[in-house]
Ligand binder design. Sequence first.
Ligand code: BDR
Ligand code: CA
Length: 314
Amino acid sequence: MPKRIPIIIDTDPGQDDAVAILLALASPELEILAITTVAGNVPLALTELNARKICELGGRPDIAIYSGAIRPMVRNLVTAEEVHGKTGLDGPVLPDPVMPVQKQHAIDFIVETLMSHPAGTITLCTLGPLTNIALALVREPRIASRIKQIVAMGGGYFEQGNVTPSAEFNIYVDPHAARIVFDAGIPITLMPLDCTHQALTTQKRIEAFRTMTNRSGPATAAMLDFFERFDENKYGTDGGPLHDPCVIAWLLQPELFEGRLVNVSIECESELTMGATVIDWWKVTRRPLNAQVMRNVDAEGFFTLLRDRIATLP
Ligand code: BDR
Ligand code: CA
């Protein structure tokens, strides 16, 4: 078997984060070095608890989980309980986890790991606000040239925003962190709303998880039932967008996605457009090409991958 891809998943679970984690747990191509948690969809204490619940659901209590930033760098924390529920993981009833949280802070873990592994080997998969990654870059700027790539869910251009008319949640929550990350010269692949809004959790797709004979499939269906109700209402679609698993799916099957290498700059000044990802899709500036921005996903292929993999979990 070819060498596994070493990854760190930085996340704020969240049902769609949870499905992304399950997909990673089910994928032998990936070596999960750790999961680091950040405040986002719900406060930090809950994102850390939820990450542990999901690892135990997926039969991997051995995964190391590190707790990270409790709030964004500059702004006050904005959460999204209206989407994810009070716990951040409303839907299935999952047991309280027994696996531990590591003592080391996530930011120290990220720095130490990148500095001690060969340069250009570790991929960061970011599923929430970019606070942990930015703080790690501030703490040890030399990590920038050691990160192989960042694959991030965030932003939007053609679809604009989901939390304000111009900003997507992950970038809006910590735009200052996002600016540090996008300006650091690290290769980035971005999954914006333009792409994730095509990956809809239709009834038919959810049923495929519900009818699995393992525990992870029906739990996924219960999470998606809860998660989609807010967006179905908002967008009037059959199903809601399944954002975060696109990050992991791209690592496994990049051919499911299409996009282009462009400049992404983050708005941090105007309150009206705070957290907007200004994507130079038509290359009208000479700004550096800092991110491969995905525009389309083969939604059928994406859900087939998810189904096939989650079926292999306990
Ligand atoms: C992003 O925001 C969160 O609510 C989801 O988990 C996803 O990471 C979508 O805008
Ligand atoms: Ca998320």
